[in-house]
Design a protein around this ligand. Structure first.
Ligand SMILES: Cc1cc2nc3c(=O)[nH]c(=O)nc-3n(C[C@H](O)[C@H](O)[C@H](O)COP(=O)(O)OP(=O)(O)OC[C@H]3O[C@@H](n4cnc5c(N)ncnc54)[C@H](O)[C@@H]3O)c2cc1C
Length: 412
């Protein structure tokens, strides 16, 4: 606010500004989709006849008959089993495993299907649109007032654990990351694409900056900011690692993200760094955390002038990691004629009957914010599509775009 940005609703429409973080939490604990959606149904006094959860079951393959899914192969406690579907098979094993299960079943790029020793049933670009938010932290930023920072040694105490157990509050429940900023780089705003585009897309935020009371050193009094390019252009690929298996005997994936494969992605990230440092080093809010407020140089990059563009490029190359928002390996497209599509807009696997993929893997591009809420919306929409297909949809859970717009107007 001090530098002219507004505090925004992080779940509202596309906006530049700051916001507190939203969490799926109850009484200081993270709530998973299992806890939120399935557990209440499993705890109902009269259990539902159409819901059974088989924990510890790892699916390896879809059983196909004449390009129609009829069930799955799985292992439970090491024992091979099959489950047959009366209507459809729905894969929701996530961005890394749904594509592996498809490839094991003969659905995917011909070379990948051959590599796992399966017979090709349907050639589709499974694994081909892998995307994520390349992310790196600007750290360590040392501060002299330890009470403003969070570290394991100071904050995980007996009293803290007691408070968490009894009240669900206190430092044990802290997420460490406190606030986030979304903003649009000048590179995007004034790019040729932006000027020529009739859409607002290039005005949407392309940088997410998270401010944390923790820099990474469990003993230090340091803080950090984490920068994510949330509209990356690079795409990667997932292939099967045929020399390594997981517990369920599925092959593990090899993930090639191609982060920063385009020069303009560095330009965007540089703007993120300047934004981050401007707030940390010049705002009154952060200066109250106590000088000396020093960004420590990163040794491997000191062959370049500290804080020069070359230095930051080197820093980004060394420190970029996954934003944990991988998507795209079973990409949704417009239909069978779309060469990039694995599933259609109803999330049905193209060319295979009675098989859908409903998880983050279907996202055609990574959204410009975190992926949990969008994945839940995909699941809600997928559930609606299934009910519609069997004429069981009474009222949709989804808000229409008109309702959404009204919501947006009210929450400006
Ligand atoms: C460390 C980390 C931190 C994250 N933090 C955030 C955050 O703060 N905010 C946010 O919005 N997003 C966050 N994300 C991203 C978010 O968790 C994912 O986008 C989201 O969970 C994707 O949902 P999904 O259903 O596609 O996959 P998943 O949540 O991965 O679900 C897949 C499920 O399939 C199961 N499975 C896998 N293989 C098999 C098999 N062979 N047989 C049977 N079952 C199988 C898995 O056990 C899992 O339960 C984070 C991700 C990670 C990894």
């Amino acid at each position: 606010m001090e530098i002219g940005y507004k505090v925004r609703d992080p779940n509202g429409p596309q906006r530049v500004g700051f916001s507190p973080l939203s969490f799926t939490k109850i009484r200081g604990r993270r709530v998973s989709s299992y806890t939120a959606y399935l557990l209440p149904l499993l705890n109902e006094s009269s259990p539902r006849a159409n819901l059974r959860v088989y924990k510890y079951s790892l699916v390896s393959k879809v059983i196909l008959q004449d390009k129609k899914a009829v069930g799955v192969w799985y292992k439970r406690h090491g024992i091979p089993r099959v489950a047959f579907a009366s209507k459809e098979v729905i894969l929701s094993a996530g961005t890394f495993v749904s594509p592996i299960i498809l490839i094991n079943s003969g659905i995917g790029p011909a070379d990948q299907v051959a590599a796992v020793g399966a017979k090709l049933v349907k050639e589709l670009p499974v694994g081909r649109s892998l995307q994520d938010h390349p992310t790196f932290a600007v750290t360590p930023v040392l501060v002299s007032k330890p009470e403003y920072t969070w570290n394991l040694e100071n904050n995980i105490t007996f009293e803290g654990i007691k408070e968490f157990k009894e009240k669900g509050t206190g430092p044990v429940t802290a997420s460490v990351q406190g606030a986030e900023a979304y903003f649009t780089s000048l590179r995007s705003l004034f790019s040729l694409e932006s000027i020529q585009s009739p859409f607002d897309y290039y005005k949407w935020p392309d940088l997410q900056i998270l401010y944390s009371a923790y820099g990474g050193d469990p003993k230090a009094t340091d803080i950090s900011c984490t920068i994510s390019n949330v509209r990356p252009v690079s795409k990667g690929v997932l292939t099967v690692n045929t020399s390594a298996t997981s517990m369920g005997d599925n092959f593990l994936p090899i993930l090639k993200y191609n982060y920063f494969s385009q020069e303009r992605e560095f330009q965007t990230a540089f703007e993120g760094i300047y934004f981050c440092l401007r707030i940390l080093e010049t705002s009154i809010a952060f200066r109250t955390m106590g000088p000396p407020f020093t960004l420590q140089p990163y040794r491997p990059c000191l062959i370049y002038i500290f804080r020069s563009l070359e230095y930051w490029k080197c820093y980004i190359r060394y420190n970029t990691r996954s934003g944990y928002h991988s998507v795209g390996t079973c990409r949704m497209g417009s239909g069978p004629e779309d060469p990039k599509a694995v599933v259609d807009s109803k999330l049905r696997v193209i060319g295979i009957d009675n098989l859908r993929v409903i998880d983050a893997s279907i996202m055609p591009n990574v959204p410009n914010a975190n992926t949990l809420a969008p994945t839940m919306m995909i699941a809600e929409k997928g559930a609606d599509e299934i009910l519609k297909a069997y004429n069981k949809l009474k009222t949709s859970n989804m808000k229409s775009s008109v309702e959404y717009k009204q919501f947006g107007e009210q929450n400006k």
